[in-house]
Design a protein around this ligand. Structure first.
Ligand code: ADP
Ligand code: MG
Length: 725
């Protein structure tokens, strides 16, 4: 003992929880104190400005510059009270995180001094020189102009000394270069498509909102141990490491007692989130050791997604205060569960009806069933595209492995809804759908429970599951921006609702009653989903893979091939019809996805090569030298026939080292070849083969970890990474 690694581990183990002072008063008193929310608007804006801003937020009415100036003045006053010195337009480019470029509030006052200045113009629009953001070729660097524009639907907030203004990021030619722009377009599309259907049931409906409740999984690793793992630092995951003797097999981590250091971190994170108006609700230990989860109360999707991005930034900072590093990678450790970000999704009307919860009467239930069936049919139509929307180099480690959603998008509806669907199909159209067990129900009515108590009837293997009053899209990666998946889901549902409405109108034109017309139009869809996308069984089995292929579901598991879904005619048509992406935008974004895929694997392959050569092989040889010295001593003192085991191991080390060297050469060669491919799709395909070569180098390395003495091994081991907190 006594080597550096042991010292780091011991120090980490001894760390105590950082104290987090209790707040002065109940959270509800200061919730959202760093957000320019409606309460602040009322206090810092004059009534006319307030009204104009609210109209702009609620109805999308344009703000004129004179009003924007007044809004900015109110914001400035509020911000200065919080010690703000800088402003930034905060946006979500097509990278993993968010972007911000800070400007001070300083300006010359024209009298030889300086003042704090913040104008409507600076609030509404900026022109960051953002030529280095991925654009998939939309913006050649010589015409690097893009601009950010304020999204009033997402409130301005303060982070440290900076006033952050949530913005969209678009090219001067109008193409979206971010996640927020298309997300907002998809929200409009789904509302526009859903409203005419809702009005058949409730003429008061003017808008339909999409809601998102994200559940964020993550790992925590002690920062000192983390710093000794170049692979974690550079790629976000361990590229090597033998499984710990104990990992998650005892199921003793899930929902277990939270260690005090972690509890302090969580508390601190929640306080920071509350200040930002993020309604964090749950926190718990997840399945794998050192894996955790938190989730807010769901909210309007655009804001909920911004809040997810905000809290991820905050999380990294808060973790460091507590001596931890947060891992958002989908699969930081082999052999234990990876992390996802379940996206709980629903639609609701501005009159307060959740369209995925049973209604109060037969009419309401018919509306529920209409949205339920159309959503599943949309998922079926675009199952390959939905899978593409969550596909990435990092999420690929989760998909298709026996722990998370398989690489097939099917839907789980639960026993009750399964029965309801079968009954709807069998009984004559127009049969009332009533609340099950309700007194005075019509004879022969289809019963639907008011609340789904068999909510526990959860199928964890399903990527898209109905969970009582919402759908849960579980295949989203923990590091992903939720928008990628949500844009696709919103659009697919919008398109299907448009098609359904067109069919329904034909049926109504024939003079059928609404309930008969709706059911007549739904029946073929129900028959189709029951035989295709609906699957209640175990999604991990090989039989399901075969069965899914037979049903015509997409079973592709190679990421670049999955991504080709975006280039298909049906996909181009879908996004065009919904006004979400032009063909040019769609293609450009796919280029970005492919390029990101290539770069991530390229980085992993390089890190693997270097660590193998500079960390592992020297350690193995050092131990082998000790062994050889021992062998020679044994032979000298104990006789020639001694040390046969040690000789065997010394030979084994030579073999493994040779294997590593050869495989590192192979992967370097493969990279060189792949890099020459001009076509991004072909290059990505070549890199998907390179991704398969990384575990081949890992294997002999992990074998060496089992052989080399503990003191010589240079990298923190899984047992140290996963069990210290
Ligand atoms: P579980 O892990 O059991 O699925 P959690 O409580 O961890 O549940 O998270 C469920 C998430 O779903 C929360 O963010 C919750 O607010 C959200 N949610 C609940 N109802 C809806 C709804 N109608 N639409 C969208 N999200 C919802
Ligand atoms: Mg959960």
């Amino acid at each position: 003992m006594g080597n550096l690694r042991s010292k780091i581990v011991l120090e980490a183990f001894k760390k105590q929880a950082v104290e987090v002072p209790a707040p002065d008063s109940a959270v509800s008193n200061w919730f959202g104190e760093l957000v320019f929310n409606r309460d602040k608007m009322r206090r810092y804006l004059d009534p006319a400005t307030y009204d104009a801003l609210i109209q702009c937020i609620d109805e999308g009415v344009q703000l004129d510059l004179a009003i924007a100036d007044k809004v900015a003045a109110g914001m400035k006053k509020w911000a200065l009270e919080h010690g703000v010195t800088h402003i930034t337009h905060w946006f979500q480019p097509l990278t993993d995180g968010t972007a911000e470029k800070h400007d001070t509030l300083l300006d010359y006052d024209g009298k030889g001094g300086v003042i704090e200045s913040f104008t409507g113009k600076a609030l509404v629009q900026q022109e960051p020189d953002a030529s280095s953001f991925p654009s998939g070729g939309i913006r050649a660097t010589f015409e690097a102009r893009g601009y950010t524009a304020w999204d009033p639907a997402s409130p301005v907030f303060i982070q440290d000394d900076t006033l952050c203004i949530p913005t969209v990021f678009v090219a001067y030619t109008g193409e979206a270069l971010d996640f927020k722009t298309p997300l907002k377009r998809s929200l409009k599309a789904v509302s526009d498509a859903a409203v005419p259907i809702c009005r058949l049931f409730d003429p008061e409906v003017k808008r339909v909102n999409a809601y998102l409740g994200w559940e964020q999984e993550y790992f925590l690793v002690d920062e000192d141990i983390y710093a000794a793992r170049p692979d974690l630092m550079i790629t976000g995951r361990t590229l090597m490491g033998h499984e710990s003797s104990k990992n998650q097999q005892l199921d003793d981590h899930y929902f277990g007692a939270i260690p005090s250091r972690v509890a302090a971190f969580m508390k601190d994170l929640e306080f920071e989130g509350f200040k930002l108006g993020i309604p964090l609700k749950t926190r718990h230990k997840e399945v794998a050791p050192n894996q955790f989860e938190f989730a807010p109360i769901y909210g309007e999707m655009n804001l909920a997604n911004d809040q997810n991005q905000q809290i991820l930034n905050v999380m990294h900072k808060v973790a460091r205060k507590h001596g931890f590093v947060v891992l958002l990678h989908e699969k930081p450790f082999a052999g234990v569960n990876g992390s996802g970000k379940h996206n709980n999704w629903s639609l609701g009307t501005d009159t307060g009806t959740n369209l995925y919860a049973p209604g109060k009467d037969a009419n309401g239930n018919l509306q529920f069933v209409t949205f339920f069936v159309n959503t599943l049919y949309a998922v079926q139509r675009h199952n390959g595209l939905l899978k593409a929307s969550i596909a990435s180099a990092t999420n690929a480690h989760r998909l298709g492995a026996n722990e998370a959603p398989p690489a097939i998008v099917s839907a789980f509806v639960g026993r009750t809804m399964n029965e309801v669907l079968h009954k709807l199909l069998e009984l004559p159209s127009g049969t009332p759908i009533e609340i099950a067990g309700k007194k005075g129900a019509s004879v022969g009515a289809i019963g639907i429970p008011e609340i789904f108590i068999d909510n526990t009837d959860r199928n964890r293997t399903s990527p898209f599951a109905f969970t009582g009053n919402r759908f849960e899209f579980r295949a989203v990666g923990s590091s992903a921006n939720c928008a990628g998946a949500m844009i696709t889901l919103n659009s697919a549902v919008a398109e299907q609702l448009m098609d359904f409405k067109a069919e329904l109108d034909k049926s109504l034109a024939e003079g059928k009653a609404l309930d008969v017309a709706v059911m007549d139009t739904l029946k073929p869809l129900i028959a189709s989903i029951l035989g295709t996308v609906c699957f209640e069984g175990n999604g991990y089995t090989d039989e399901w893979k075969k069965e899914a292929a037979r049903r015509g579901l997409d079973t592709e598991s190679v990421v670049p091939k999955m991504l080709q879904e975006y280039e298909k005619k049906e996909s181009v048509e879908l996004f065009k019809r919904c006004g979400v992406f032009s063909e040019k935008e769609l293609h450009a974004r796919n280029e970005v996805k492919l390029e990101t895929y290539v770069k991530k694997i390229q980085i992993e392959a390089r890190v693997m090569g270097r660590m193998a050569t500079n960390h592992i092989i020297p350690a193995a040889l050092e131990f082998q030298t000790k062994l050889l010295q021992n062998i020679s001593l044994q032979k000298e003192i104990l006789g020639e026939e001694s040390a046969s085991e040690e000789v065997f191991i010394a030979r084994e080390i030579s073999k493994l080292v040779a294997e590593i060297r050869q495989k590192v050469r192979d992967i370097t060669e493969a990279r060189k070849k792949a890099n020459k491919l001009e076509d991004m799709y072909k290059r990505a395909l070549a890199y998907s083969d390179i991704a398969e070569m990384i575990p081949l180098i890992r294997k002999p390395i992990d074998a060496l970890e089992e052989i080399v003495d503990n003191a010589t091994w240079p990298l923190p081991k899984y047992r140290e990474l996963l069990f210290i907190s």
